[in-house]
Design a protein around this ligand. Sequence first.
Ligand code: SF4
Ligand code: SF4
Length: 100
Amino acid sequence: MLKVDENLCSGCALCAQICPQGAINLFWGKAEIDATRCNFCYQCVDACPQGAIVEIVVILPAELRVTVLSLGQQADDIIQRIDSLLSKADVRIPLDSSRI
Ligand code: SF4
Ligand code: SF4
């Protein structure tokens, strides 16, 4: 869902002019997006000189939990592989490094 950050919007209307869906109107000098008309072409995002149009991504707590658990598992797997490689490596450290 696209949303206009009212604190950044200067009311220049460039987004409203470029929107092919006529989904943007200005109210009290601030742009507003009609979500029912928007087709997510992102032309307004590219056109806005203020970077005021942002995408809001809704992530459910359950989805976030699955993602975090998955990342944790991947991190554990990588650590195990590194440990395994280190245990197999023939690493010899000279006792007196000044002779090298
Ligand atoms: S282009 Fe950006 S600054 Fe201009 S009216 Fe649209 S949202 Fe506001
Ligand atoms: S993404 Fe495209 S259709 Fe949606 S408001 Fe912006 S310019 Fe209009």
